[in-house]
Design a protein around this ligand. Structure first.
Ligand SMILES: NC(=O)c1ccc[n+]([C@@H]2O[C@H](COP(=O)([O-])OP(=O)(O)OC[C@H]3O[C@@H](n4cnc5c(N)ncnc54)[C@H](OP(=O)(O)O)[C@@H]3O)[C@@H](O)[C@H]2O)c1
Length: 389
């Protein structure tokens, strides 16, 4: 039986991971659960899975949680709580479903211990991909992607050589505005942007799917995970989200990984990798595989996508800066301060001013802080009526 910690247990990835563990009793032992502030749900999860360690980042929420825990449970709270659980608990695999830059240091700690990191928190790779990949190689750990596209590429590349890859084709659903006019996108409300046609996910990634900024982050993630430069990364819009991604090899052969749009598929794969363990998840059905369509993304409608390629070219702290700017811009959009189409322009303008801090992980975190301040300036200027293109 493998033991695991689950970071972000109360979120969309976290809850789906626990669904799988419930359906496969006896295969994994939960030794740690961690979240941001949802003490109620976390308390219920603790009651069910009985982990030895629990972490909650919000100190006030942690105080309430403390009263609900069995005395044998060790609780970490505050900003460093997730880092502490990654360092102190004993586990084989850390499933990491925290959203945002807060996930970076826990990723570093897991890999420093040479453990397996089943990583949904793409922000870790976007911010510090080169450092995390080097750390995994140095300490004998492994990064197993949970993002469905990257899980697909990992599966397509089993037994293959990366130097025999002509290109990787990442699929994108196109989100709720795939067929909208630029004018309709200008009028998009948070409620409309949060209504994803195929996936039920947290708000940050759902808004990112509407602008294609999420795909831009995935281009950076792909570059680091598989060592691919921009010329070998393509994106196609595939509204059905059945083909999770494809690899085209130098001989013209194309291998795709497919399945119904259900994140439990890639989570299950990451939990058991490199094995293919049985599951009750659905596979092929005529109903969902009947019509598969592909189209090129329109750069005019989705200018965010190019920013991912730009970061692959520029390297340094560009990923950290882009991610930080986007976190601020998405929050400002959800708070009705800026429009949806302002998000990529805020991100681009912050990227233009990036500080170039990249020697250490601390430097990348400082670049994140600087970028957030720049992004807030941009948001204030837009909210005050400044025009941006
Ligand atoms: N959802 C998907 O289908 C999907 C697919 C592919 C990739 N991903 C990636 O997976 C990650 C999680 O996405 P999600 O959709 O699951 O997000 P989500 O539903 O918003 O859940 C986020 C989780 O992170 C926790 N969290 C937030 N801020 C935190 C902090 N400062 N410290 C500690 N914990 C914190 C939340 O805890 P509280 O609830 O207590 O605030 C929650 O458990 C993202 O990087 C996303 O891009 C998600």
């Amino acid at each position: 039986m493998r033991s695991l910690i689950l970071l972000g247990s109360t979120g969309s990835i976290g809850r789906q991971t626990l669904d799988l563990l419930r359906a496969e009793p006896g295969r994994h032992r939960v030794v740690g659960l961690a979240a941001g502030k949802s003490f109620d749900l976390l308390a219920r999860q603790v009651e069910e899975f009985r982990p030895a360690f629990v972490a909650l980042a919000d100190p006030e929420a942690a105080e309430i949680l403390a009263k609900k825990l069995p005395p044998s449970t060790k609780l970490f709270s505050g900003r460093d709580a997730l880092e502490a659980i990654a360092v102190e608990a004993d586990y084989d695999v850390a499933v990491h479903g925290v959203v945002g830059a807060a996930g970076l240091i826990p990723s570093v700690r897991v890999l420093e211990r040479g453990r397996t990191l089943a990583l949904a928190n793409k922000e870790s790779l976007v911010m510090a991909g080169a450092k995390l990949v080097a750390l995994a190689a140095e300490r004998g750990g492994e990064i197993v992607p949970v993002d469905s596209e990257h899980s697909a590429i990992l599966q397509c590349l089993r037994g293959e050589r990366v130097d025999r890859v002509r290109r990787v084709i990442l699929t994108a659903s196109g989100g709720p505005f795939r067929a909208s006019t630029p004018e309709e996108i200008r009028r998009a409300t948070p409620e409309m942007a949060l209504r994803h046609p195929n996936w039920s996910m947290g708000p940050r990634i759902t808004v990112g799917s509407a602008t294609l900024m999420n795909k831009a982050l995935e281009v950076i993630e792909l570059h680091h995970l598989f060592g691919l430069d921009r010329e070998r990364i393509d994106v196609v819009i595939h509204p059905q989200s059945v083909v999770h991604s494809m690899v085209e090899f130098v001989d013209g052969s194309v291998i795709a990984q497919m399945g119904p749009p259900d994140m439990r598929g890639p989570i299950h794969y990451a939990l058991h990798h490199p094995d293919r363990a049985p599951s009750g998840l659905r596979g092929f059905s005529l109903e969902s595989f009947q019509k598969l369509t592909f189209e090129a993304p329109d750069p005019g409608r989705f200018p965010a996508l190019e920013l991912g390629y730009r970061c692959v070219e520029e390297g340094s702290d560009s990923g950290s800066v882009l991610n930080a700017a986007d976190e601020v811009a998405v929050a400002a959009f959800l708070n009705l301060e800026i429009a949806l189409h302002d998000i990529p322009s805020v991100n681009r303008r912050v990227l233009d001013r990036r500080p170039g801090l990249d020697r250490t992980v601390e430097d990348l975190l400082e670049a994140d802080r600087v970028a957030r301040a720049f992004a807030r300036e941009e948001v204030r200027s837009l909210a005050a009526g400044g025009s941006r293109s």
